[in-house]
Ligand binder design. Structure first.
Ligand code: IVH
Length: 668
């Protein structure tokens, strides 16, 4: 008789095998229905015998609770970056440097050739074959713990296949969104009235950095593994291709498009092939990576700065396409900035259809001499919004039209102003302007600001249209009935929203300042202002001089703050928000908190609290948190596995605290 324990183990192994065949090899041997049946059987056993649930059970991919923040993770071995080459000449120079280090500088060197995936680097730690940690690259030394999110990526094995597994390996790879998954995500965004993701890379980043892993689980993320970091209890093979074969044997996803080139000439041929076939690939790549195949030669070559000397990324040129400008319109942003946008005859560039391209500002239009009716080259490079690269002069028809900066805002009709020293023109309407109001409200509810869950762009628009939303304070008087009255809003969603609005009232001073959407006052400046002034009253009283005392605040930002606070209607909004119950922890009494005026740096993994939580404690006590240790640092808060920052603090004689010592200091 098979025991429940044995059957569960059997099911886990079988399900892992099927998932591997399906998600990694793309060669399933059972139907989805059969898979589901096995999965449900395992679920049933685990429900009856919770003690049989193991961390590598396929049922444990989803269901982890949302986290407040991502904890820092120090990589056992730093995650390096790659040097770039933009031409065949630069690639040959790279090869010449490599050959100099080889035994025979005349002999060709063999390279592993891989597509350069346009995604995000991750490090997967397997201990005795079990996935124990997944982290983003971060600054290369310290990344963020995204274990719960990576566990939801079906092609990432929770346990490696085979016996005799290494005691520990850090597997490095790229998380990305295949193009079909990207298209599906954007269709869903459009459905919910949200802005589409600009490109698969951004969408992958957004998906990986979800605080709620259940959301990540719905995103079709994929991973390709391409390197190792730290290893313990495993002897590396002699070559990179043997290493990749080993990774694949362990069940890790490895790109099918990798190959070996026997010389740099062969590398360049691969490059041309990949460049030609890039449009047919099911994912985005932004170049080709060449890596010395012989691992011993790599050792000889070593690294410079943060990149190995044995590898190079040969980047693809930016993608361009030609089309015509049908119109030029002006968009009004949150701060009133008018951005000229070219409406194009739709054109396919780099995997997406582009029908709008930015012209940045009036100076750009003049410099490039862009007119309505012109034939133009549209450029789309990596992350950036498509832009008009240049006009095709000899295709200019006789009837092109020059655009002028409108005197009145195209949305609200208020005056448009352009100061001498600024390239940007702005609508002076402030919150009277619907475009600015909408953008300001969207900002107010957004994640880094008041963070009202479920309050999307479409809802903001709908509420403005329904005349229920004029200023941010109106959000706090919305009722479930009013919300349920909106199109496509069920009673349950309305109730959830009211709850989310209610819980957003409990915030931090820094978030509140950021949420106000003052020009140039981002999250970091918001935190500095909050730490410096401590209370709203102190901030409201601050004059230009007092504002300039704040670290990170220069004359320009101080002037924007002043300008904002000088407007009575802005002060009214602030008062209305406070009256509505928006609140935050007061700084500790006595000189505005025990850490008033002190600058701290946080490093390493703290016991039981995330970095954001520690930061909040420090800021509530009047302290300020910066990212790098210098002579100006008063304390270093160091957790487990603190690295270079700790060394630097010790060198500079900066006092080092653990969490307990910090709390004692705050309490004192
Ligand atoms: S190897 C020590 N291989 O490109 C070398 N990186 O621009 C580590 N990338 O940070 C990187 N595809 O995120 C390597 N086949 C590939 C890659 C790849 C994409 C990314 C990776 C890296 C960045 C450097």
């Amino acid at each position: 008789m098979t025991t429940a324990h044995e059957r569960a183990a059997q099911l886990r192994a079988e399900l892992a095998e099927h998932a591997h065949r399906y998600y990694v090899l793309d060669d399933p041997t059972v139907s989805d229905a059969d898979y589901d049946r096995l999965y449900r059987e395992l679920e049933a056993i685990e429900a009856e015998h919770p003690e049989l649930v193991t961390p590598d059970s396929p049922t444990q991919r989803v269901g982890a609770a949302p986290s407040g923040a991502f904890d820092p993770v120090t990589h056992r071995q730093p995650m390096q970056s790659l040097g770039n080459a933009f031409s065949a000449d630069e690639v040959r120079e790279f090869d010449a440097r490599v050959r100099k280090a080889a035994a025979d500088p005349e002999a060709p060197v063999a390279y592993a050739v891989e597509p350069k995936m346009d995604g995000l680097a991750v490090s997967l730690t397997y201990e005795a074959g079990v996935l124990t940690r997944a982290a983003t690259r971060g600054d290369g030394a310290t990344g963020e713990d995204v274990t719960a999110n990576i566990r939801t990526v079906r092609s990432v094995p929770l346990r490696l296949r085979g016996d005799d597994l290494p005691a520990l390996i850090e597997v490095r790879g790229e998380v990305f969104l295949p193009l079909d998954g990207f298209a599906a995500m954007n269709a869903a965004q459009a459905e919910q009235g949200n802005k589409p993701y600009v490109n698969p890379r951004n969408a992958a980043a957004g998906s990986l950095r979800q605080l709620d892993p259940n959301i990540t689980a719905q995103r079709p993320l994929a991973v390709f593994c391409y390197a190792l970091g730290a290893v313990e209890g495993y002897d590396l093979p002699a070559t990179h291709d043997a290493l990749l074969a080993q990774l694949a044997d362990w069940g890790l996803p490895v790109s099918q498009h990798n190959s070996i080139a026997e010389s740099i000439d062969a590398c360049l041929e691969h490059y041309t092939q990949l460049l030609d076939s890039r449009g047919a690939l099911p994912f985005e790549i932004d170049g080709v990576v060449y890596k010395v195949n012989d691992l011993a030669l790599r050792e000889e070559l070593g690294s410079v700065a943060r990149a190995p000397r044995w590898a190079v990324a040969h980047k693809f040129p930016a993608e361009e396409a030609t089309t015509t400008i049908e119109n030029i319109e002006f968009q009004v942003g949150r701060t009133g900035a008018l951005t000229p946008v070219a409406r194009l005859k739709p054109v396919f560039v780099g995997g997406v259809t582009v029908s709008n391209a930015t012209l940045h500002n009036m100076d750009e239009i003049a410099r490039k001499d862009v007119r309505v009716g012109d034939t133009v080259v549209i450029r789309r490079a990596g992350d950036v919004i498509p832009e008009v690269a240049r006009v095709v002069a000899d295709k200019r028809p006789d009837d092109t039209r020059l655009v002028e900066l409108p005197k009145a805002c195209p949305v609200c009709g208020s005056d448009v102003q352009r100061t001498e020293d600024e390239a940007v023109a702005r609508c002076t309407g402030g919150l009277v302007c619907l475009a600015q109001r909408e953008a300001a409200l969207r900002h107010f509810v957004s994640r880094g600001a008041m963070d009202i869950e479920g309050f999307g762009a479409k809802l903001v628009t709908a509420l403005i249209e329904a005349d229920l939303l004029h200023s941010p304070a109106d959000i706090y008087s919305l009722t479930a009935d009013q919300l349920a009255g909106l199109e496509r809003m069920g009673e349950k969603s309305a109730a959830n929203l009211v709850a989310a609005i209610e819980s957003s009232k409990q915030t931090t001073f820094a978030r509140f300042i950021f949420a106000l959407g003052i020009r140039e006052v981002g999250e970091v400046t918001g935190r500095s202002l909050a730490a410096h002034f401590g209370t709203l009253d102190a901030l409201l009283e601050a004059d230009q001089e007092a504002l300039e005392q704040v670290p990170d605040v220069g004359p320009v930002v101080a002037a924007h703050m002043q300008g904002f606070l000088a407007e009575q209607h802005n002060r009214d909004v602030i008062q209305a928000l406070v009256d509505a119950g928006v609140n935050w922890p007061a700084p500790k009494a006595g000189g505005g908190g025990a850490l008033q005026g002190k600058t701290l740096v946080i490093t390493g993994t703290l016991d039981g609290v995330s970095r954001d939580e520690a930061r909040a404690e420090i800021e509530a006590a009047g302290g300020r948190v910066t990212s790098s240790v210098s002579k100006k640092t008063d304390y270093l808060l160091a957790g487990e596995a603190a690295g270079s920052k700790l060394a630097k603090a010790e060198k500079l004689g900066v006092e080092v605290l653990d969490l307990a010592a910090l709390r004692a200091l705050i309490a004192a």
